[in-house]
Design a binder for this molecule. Structure first.
Ligand code: PMP
Length: 468
């Protein structure tokens, strides 16, 4: 689906009154969920005693309490009560081959049995994993592994500051780059600014300059405004837009934005933590034909094996990274006991080998498109304005369009939060049909089938039917 159509249709949804689930039907759905998941309820009560709010995760649904999982295989997972679900959340994109992939597990089990899980020294597997990333990502010449996507993004901006000698970064409104101080402004909701930036000194956030997506004039203005107050070291961006494309970019934006960034001596960083591998082996950069200076990876790189992240880029820029050795130029110190560990780099290497098998990515894209078609057909029959689209293995489903609410009135943030909050009620209706969804921010794996999609479209239909 084209950018202009996505933006217009989301705007239309945001202008319509919010559709609410029928109260009586919702009460029955809640009752059914509670009846089916007593062990999860028990574990959540116990977790609250030992873990703050009982929660360490941002991605799984939590209404009325999260599911505790027993095991997974392929596109399916089973909770501790024995309920089976088709998983369209996939840890926000980390699982790409599917849950518990046999070939990948066998490679890793062999490695552990024949060698070790971790030794903390240098290993040939680091080279092999880096070579695989370089082979596929067009802009990447060197790779440093980190322990998470958030760390990769933090490393990327330190690298940029060190390389350019400039101070500030530009972040686009609504984009997410992990929980590092510098990125905790205007996350996910365009215009929300420092809504959840607690615990971060405002001076730190003053170094992050916010720019609206698609606004090249604002971008250029930000560069010139800050040129004499530290300068801009880098623009960091989710290539498909905020929330991996729920707030999409106009198709030709990056090429023009890179040109502006380079004119002011700044680097252009693609945060491909979600898009990397999921939009194809070369990530969004190969799909869009765009050459960023620096790329961050995570999630699907290791199909769920920890600890997953990498910062990559052009050789000259990447040479600015150090692990503490003294040098003749201002190096950016980036380290980590587990970074580049044997198990992680091996998982990355063997995962990419699996994805390289003929037909694997092509099939992923076909099943993703099948899902989108089935959802859109159903939404049309039901005469709702909802719509779905995909970027490779990333599925976006627009239902309440919180991020398309114009933040022009003082009540707008409350409206945005209501539109986001209600999605957890919508989701429960889908979960009860055996399908796990993040309600708009779904993912698909290489193990999903067209039959899974039939069941998921029916589950969404059951949800649509209770709205009024
Ligand atoms: N960047 C993007 C675009 C992400 O979606 C995420 C995670 N949701 C991150 C960075 C942070 O990655 P991690 O959770 O592995 O730290």
């Amino acid at each position: 689906m084209k950018h202009s159509e996505i933006v217009e249709r989301a705007r239309n949804i945001a202008q319509e009154p919010l559709l609410k689930p029928n109260r009586e039907k919702m009460a029955l759905i809640l009752e059914e969920y509670q009846r089916k998941t007593p062990k999860s309820a028990y574990f959540f009560r116990t977790a609250k005693g030992v873990i703050p709010h009982g929660s360490e995760h941002t991605l799984p649904p939590t209404h009325p309490y999260p599911l505790f999982i027993d095991h997974g295989r392929g596109s399916h997972i089973w909770d501790v009560d024995g309920n089976e679900f088709i998983d369209y959340i996939l840890s926000g994109g980390a699982i790409l081959l599917g849950h518990n992939n046999e070939n990948l597990n066998r490679s890793i089990t062999d490695l552990i049995q024949n060698r070790t899980n971790f030794h903390g020294y240098y290993d040939e597997m680091e080279i092999k994993a880096a070579q695989k990333i370089i082979e596929h990502f067009p802009s990447v010449e060197k790779v440093r592994f980190t322990s998470s996507g958030a760390e990769a993004c933090l490393a990327a901006i330190r690298l940029a500051r060190s390389y350019t000698g400039k101070k500030k970064i530009i972040k686009f409104r609504s984009d997410y780059h992990g929980w590092g101080d510098a990125f905790m402004t205007d996350m996910e909701i365009p215009g929300s600014e420092r809504l959840i930036a607690h615990g971060i000194p405002s001076e730190v956030l003053d170094l992050t300059v916010l720019v609206s997506q698609d606004d090249l004039n604002e971008l250029e203005e930000a560069f010139s405004t800050h040129a004499n107050s530290g300068g801009i070291a880098a623009v960091i961006v989710e290539p498909m837009g905020g929330e991996s494309g729920l707030v999409p970019f106009e198709e030709s934006f990056h090429k023009k934005a890179i040109e502006i960034a380079h004119r002011y001596g700044a680097l252009y960083i693609f945060d491909e933590v979600v898009t990397g591998l999921r939009m194809g082996l070369g990530g969004a950069q190969a799909a869009l034909g765009v050459m960023p200076d620096v790329t961050t990876l995570g999630k699907a790189l290791m199909n769920g094996y920890p600890s997953c992240g990498a910062v990559c880029g052009k050789a000259d820029i990447m040479e600015t990274l150090s692990t503490g050795l003294p040098g003749d130029r201002p190096y950016a110190y980036v380290a980590g006991t587990l970074a580049g560990n044997l198990l992680s780099v091996s998982a990355a290497y063997y995962n990419i080998l699996e994805l390289e098998r003929p037909g694997v990515i092509g099939r992923l894209f076909r099943v993703a498109e099948d899902y989108v078609t089935k959802l859109n057909d159903m939404f049309q029959v039901k005469k709702r304005g909802f719509f779905a689209y995909n970027y490779g293995g990333i599925i976006r489903i627009e239902l309440t369009a919180p991020h398309a609410v114009p933040l022009t009135s003082p009540d707008a943030i409350a409206e945005v939060l209501t539109r986001r909050g209600i999605l957890s009620h919508y989701a429960l209706a889908v979960h009860n049909q055996g399908v796990l969804t993040r309600m708009g921010r779904d993912m698909i794996s290489c193990s999903h089938t067209e039959e899974d999609n039939d069941r998921a479209a029916k589950a969404y239909e059951a949800m649509v039917d209770i709205l009024e």
